[in-house]
Design a protein around this ligand. Structure first.
Ligand code: PMP
Length: 374
């Protein structure tokens, strides 16, 4: 017996960690800073760390009650029913649950190009097909995260993925564009708005579309204000909450989807420690605020001081035009700053730099300007 033929599947390649890079170059890990995976520059919330340590002696328990507590806390925070919160092993796990719940064999999904690779991978795991819509820069020079680009490419796919803020560009869809996309797709299509970087933007969450909405300025017909049943939102604790290593994320789904969760999730969607730490991290509002503020400062500082064109970002990273991305990323790595070569996104001229602390950001700018001047 052999595994099914997966030869046409994309292999997920996680960014390399400091230890791995240092070992390969025969250098001291202390010399490096990693600004390649959009992780939290301050690390996890100290409250989460304390909870993790305190919970260690209880890991023989299954996470049942803790999972319910976290689900209830998230439901309260978002003002939705508990059934609408689908906890998972990272945002990636939540994408798998949505694929399982939505896709019949042969169904297609529509994903952004360039974009996050796991949308397509998850679809394929679930016997789906992958089609792309192009978001590469339009006439105004910015990435085209517009209803027009999505709907022009749309051909009845079962899931349409919108990333907002978008990885790797940092751009975003407006709520009006998301609504226009949901309106412009058939009833059987689910629009998944991936807000993995949602904390870093001031724009409202697409969750608004799952609620009864007041007609604030009277400009919309009343009918468009019923909670939508064709939009889901993806969120994660990996970025602003600094818990990437714990693997904790969730989808917020329409009311009518609530009872599908029990039929698609793994028996324990995430770990006991992740549930406990997630609750502590949710409570540590100051840590998230400091992270978000520092990210805003960092991306503005980089955009202002880098001697290279950058794209407007609403996330905790900045996309920079550098010419030969592979060569520049390698030169940066030599200098101890690990950035993301975006060739794998189909952007061989760009690197993506994660927002770091003040010292890390200044170092990244200094080194990149020197590399570009060489
Ligand atoms: N969506 C996007 C756009 C991402 O960049 C990532 C992480 N790189 C994820 C989802 C998933 O993150 P996680 O599984 O760590 O929650």
């Amino acid at each position: 017996m052999r595994p099914r033929d997966l030869s046409d599947h994309v292999e997920y390649r996680a960014g390399r960690g400091i230890e791995e890079v240092a070992r390969e170059l025969g250098r001291d890990p202390e010399e490096f800073v990693k600004l390649a995976s959009n992780e939290n520059m301050f690390g996890p919330s100290p409250a989460a760390v304390e909870t993790i340590e305190a919970s260690a002696s209880e890991v023989h328990h299954y996470p049942t009650a803790d999972q319910q507590d976290l689900t209830a806390a998230l439901a309260e925070a978002w003002d939705v029913a508990s059934e609408q919160v689908w906890l998972a092993n990272g945002g990636d796990g939540a994408l798998d649950y949505l694929s399982r719940a939505a896709l019949e064999p042969g169904d297609a999904v529509l994903v952004p190009d360039p974009g996050f690779a796991y949308y397509g991978m998850s679809a394929r795991f679930h016997h789906g097909e992958v089609r792309e819509y192009d978001v590469s820069p339009g006439d105004d020079g910015g990435f085209a995260l517009t209803a027009e680009r999505v709907l022009d490419a749309y051909d009845g796919e079962r899931i349409v993925y919108l990333t907002s803020p978008h990885n790797p560009s940092g751009g975003r869809f407006t709520l009006d564009a998301i609504e226009a996309i949901a309106d412009g797709t058939r009833e059987e299509t689910l629009v998944v708005v991936d807000e993995a970087y949602g904390e870093f933007t001031e724009a409202p969450s697409a969750l608004e579309l799952l609620r009864d909405r007041a007609d604030v300025d009277g400009s919309h017909p009343a009918a468009s204000h019923a909670p939508r049943d064709d939009v889901a939102v993806l969120r994660t604790f990996s970025k602003a909450y600094g818990l990437a290593g714990l693997r904790l994320g969730y989808a917020l789904v329409p009311e009518a989807w609530g009872d599908a969760y029990a039929r698609v999730n793994t028996p324990f969607a995430t770990s006991f420690i992740a549930c406990r730490a997630g609750l502590a991290a949710l409570d540590d509002v100051a840590h998230v605020e400091q992270t978000v503020e520092t990210a805003r400062w960092s991306r503005e500082y980089m955009a202002e001081h880098l001697n290279a064109p950058t794209y407007e970002s609403h996330a905790n990273f900045l996309l920079v035009e550098v010419g030969d991305a592979s060569a520049v990323a390698e030169a940066m790595q030599e200098r101890g700053v690990i950035v993301r070569d975006c060739s794998s996104f189909g952007l061989p001229g760009c690197v993506r730099i994660t927002c770091g602390t003040e010292a890390e950001t200044e170092r990244a700018v200094r080194e990149l300007n020197e590399v570009l001047a060489e």
